[in-house]
Design a protein around this ligand. Structure first.
Ligand SMILES: [Zn+2]
Length: 358
């Protein structure tokens, strides 16, 4: 794992110089990150997205590097001054960390642990236990972290519920790596269906929602029979056969999709699907009646496109549940959240009253 990106200092610092704050392992130091360095000017920018300079006494140095293309176990690597070895105690076993790293001062929402693996240091990051990047694909760590940060908004009780029910959020680079890999029938449908770029993705015609998209032209999907949510990093540009939008370049386009998909997972893994309960059906019907009655006024107030998008998001009970779940855990902008609660007051209250979401 060790790579030589940085010059090696000859004068190493004494063992007592590491931050003396201790973790629950009495002898393990907790290091903090002093500086985050974007690696866009270095030669290594082909491989690494970012490096984190750890706060240890100079002249020793230790950096954690964030790789660009990765899976969960190789998203981060570590590079260090060989002299630093005198600063850490030898662990009793390779499974015990020699140091922890707090990520408090960064945009990361997990912590690092450093291990001494047969004389080489390696680093592990605590990703959400819901995440999986299978062997047949790899993704950009910008995409991985945007989704991981979203998932970490879930309270432990909800995360435990999903994990204990075997729910997984599977990430991959392309629709082939995700949708078509797990569902050959999606590929078949997609290849048969043509894209009509002159039509909106979803339209409401004669009281029915019509999906004009290619089947897999989505940011995410939840498969209830296998409890897998699938999310590709590249999504097809609407109305095109062969151009793709790389979601790793725009965290705003990814924001909240994972929480929406986990909303479906949460709905499906209830003893009885929440969106199928009598209470929720009634609440939803009430909201939709009001929405249909007020459509013109809402369009005047919020804009035709905004309201059209919300009608699509609220097109059925399951989608409404997933959007509300996403909103409850801050998977959307505050203005969107306020508007959603305004459009679906009864559905929102029904979820809040009946489900323990905290
Ligand atoms: Zn959905």
């Amino acid at each position: 794992m060790q790579v030589s990106l940085f010059p090696i200092f000859v004068n190493n610092s004494p063992a007592s110089s590491i931050d003396s704050k201790k973790s629950q392992h009495p002898s393990i130091p907790i290091l903090s990150i002093k500086e985050t360095i974007k690696l866009n000017t270095l030669v290594e920018h082909q491989t690494y997205a970012e490096s984190y300079k750890l706060d240890i006494q100079l002249p020793s140095w230790l950096y954690i590097l964030r790789n660009k293309e990765c899976r969960l176990n190789d998203a981060f690597s570590i590079t260090y001054d060989p002299q630093i070895k005198t600063l850490f105690q030898k662990p009793k076993s390779i499974y015990e960390p020699i140091a922890k790293v707090s990520t408090k001062n960064t945009t990361l929402k997990g912590d690092f642990e450093i291990y001494d693996y047969k004389g080489k240091y390696i680093v592990a990051y605590t990703f959400s236990p819901l995440l999986e990047v299978p062997k047949h694909t790899c993704i950009h760590s910008d995409y991985l972290l945007a989704i991981d940060n979203d998932l970490k908004k879930l309270p432990p009780s909800i995360e435990d519920h999903l994990v204990n029910n075997g729910v997984k959020l599977i990430l991959g680079q392309t629709e082939e790596d995700t949708y078509y890999y797990y569902r050959a029938d999606f590929a078949e449908k997609d290849y048969k269906k043509t894209i009509d770029s002159t039509k909106p993705q979803l339209e409401f015609v004669n009281n029915t929602w019509i999906d004009n998209r290619l089947y897999a032209n989505l940011g995410g999907i939840y498969l209830s029979n296998t409890k897998q949510a699938l999310m590709p990093q590249w999504v097809r540009v609407y109305g095109s056969e062969d151009s793709y939008y790389d979601l790793s370049t725009d965290p705003n386009r990814v924001f909240g999709i994972a929480l929406h998909e986990m909303g479906h997972a949460f709905d499906y893994t209830q003893p009885k699907m929440f969106s199928e309960t009598k209470e929720f059906k009634e609440a939803y019907e009430t909201d939709i009646q009001v929405l249909n009655r007020d459509k013109d006024n809402l369009e005047k107030q919020y804009g035709v496109d905004t309201i059209k998008a919300w009608y699509a998001n609220l097109r059925n009970r399951q989608e409404t549940f997933a959007e509300l779940f996403r909103a409850f855990f801050d998977g959307m902008k505050i203005e969107s959240k306020e508007l959603l609660f305004k459009l679906t007051p009864n559905s929102a209250k029904c979820i809040k009253d009946s489900l323990t979401l905290k």
